[in-house]
Design a protein around this ligand. Structure first.
Ligand code: HEM
Length: 380
């Protein structure tokens, strides 16, 4: 995981340094468009390494979102070329880029995660073409949730100026400033984010709570009685919509419909650990959850300390989550929003770095607690 995180953050810092140059006098940008490119590149870099096909052909990321948007049509049709032409062509383009990646042995410079997948396929007689096509599943796992989670966390923080200010104050706990011969440097320690920035960690979890749209699906393997009340008959399918669990007032309290960034901070009123279902649970608990958490929190923390982002239009209007998604748990916005990014006053001359990757381990459980302090409605 450390290798993957390091490589994702390396790519992210390059994108943020570029934004620092472009945003000196304010840069107009579509927030989702920019986030999906930046996080898409960082996330795929962490899996595919230096030969990352998404870096060599940046338009592949647009193809990916076109493919993702057409998944339902692709799966429901026997003739995808006719009924889901764009998504079909995008899928063909990505799998052939993957084929060329494997043909030049790109996996040798990639993550252990990708190498293991490749080796299992080869050992079990899957052709290179087959492995390349299967990579589309990998891209879904790596991209579809992490990217929207970053977008929504940025949206929630910047649309609540009081919260933004509090987080900037708190994040100084993980910043280390030095003056070198070539000027001012500030390092952000990613290993300390969870422990030294409880409000920031809680804001991350609350973002996941309110933006989760999953519908976990399981087959009932044998008749099962739950709570002496609900009989699940063998052979049936069960759907468990995450957003219903996340909107249950008996679990989260009467402010369940508000975005409360303090909801997950340690306090007296404990609620059930495990009620946050964004990463699933049981046997299908997401194996990428720690990487995703570290990536999302590190990236957003760096944004918050370096940049101001203001809406270019009528204020921070919630673009709402897109619907009709097939695999994503955290859905992207239904429409993009125009923003203006600028470098924070007093920080234009700073050289920024991430540090602390590999120091200490991410905790395996989300410590879900209720504090019941001031509630943010999402706008100030
Ligand atoms: C915010 C980001 C993410 C969310 C919300 C998320 C959520 C989930 C959920 C809910 C599942 C279980 C699906 C089920 O019920 O069957 C899952 C599975 C999976 N996730 Fe994630 N995930 C995220 C990021 C990642 C990342 C970054 C990776 C890889 C680097 C990853 C790799 C996987 C894999 C391989 C599985 C399948 C596990 C299995 O079948 O046993 N995920 N994810």
């Amino acid at each position: 995981m450390d290798w993957m995180l390091q490589s994702a953050l390396g790519s992210a810092i390059n994108s943020l340094n570029l934004l620092q140059k472009e945003a000196k006098n304010g840069k107009k940008m579509n927030l989702w468009g920019w986030t999906s490119k930046t996080i898409g590149l960082a996330s795929t870099e962490s899996v595919y390494g230096t030969e990352n096909p998404f870096k060599h052909e940046p338009e592949l990321l647009d193809d990916f979102w076109c493919y993702e948007g057409g998944l339902i049509k692709l799966l429901m049709s026997n003739f995808p070329k006719f009924f889901a032409y764009k998504a079909h062509m995008a899928r063909v383009k990505i799998s052939s880029a993957m084929y060329s990646y494997y043909s030049r042995n790109g996996q040798e410079q990639a993550s252990a995660f990708l190498q293991a997948r490749h080796d299992v396929g080869r050992k079990n007689g899957v052709s290179l073409q087959g492995i390349s096509s299967l990579e589309l599943g990998d891209c879904l796992a790596v991209l579809v949730n992490t990217t929207p989670a970053v977008f929504w966390m940025i949206w929630h923080i910047y649309s609540t100026p009081v919260l933004l200010q509090e987080l900037r104050n708190e994040l100084t706990n993980v910043l280390r400033e030095t003056i070198e011969e070539d000027g001012r440097h500030i390092n952000l320690n990613v290993a300390q984010l969870k422990t030294k920035c409880p409000l920031f960690f809680s804001t991350y979890q609350e973002t996941l709570r309110v933006r989760t749209h999953s519908a976990a699906h399981r087959w009932v393997m044998e008749d099962t009685l739950i709570s002496d009340r609900f009989l699940m008959k063998k052979g049936n399918a069960v759907f468990m919509p995450g957003h219903l669990i996340h909107a249950n007032p008996s679990v989260w309290g009467s402010d369940v419909n508000c975005f409360n960034p303090r909801r997950f901070m340690k306090a007296e009123g404990r609620i059930k650990v495990g009620s946050l279902r964004t990463f699933g649970g049981g046997k299908a608990l997401c194996p990428g959850r720690h990487l995703a958490t570290m990536k999302i929190m590190s990236f957003v923390a760096m944004m918050v300390v370096r940049f101001d982002i203001a809406p270019a239009g009528k204020g921070w209007i919630d673009p709402q989550s897109a619907t009709g998604k097939m695999v994503s748990i955290v859905n992207p916005p239904a429409s993009d929003i125009k923003t203006i990014a600028s470098v924070r006053e007093g920080y234009g001359d700073v050289q920024w770095e991430f540090e602390g990757v590999g120091e200490g381990r991410a905790t395996d459980r989300f410590d879900v607690t209720l504090e019941g302090e001031s509630v943010y409605s999402g706008k100030e």
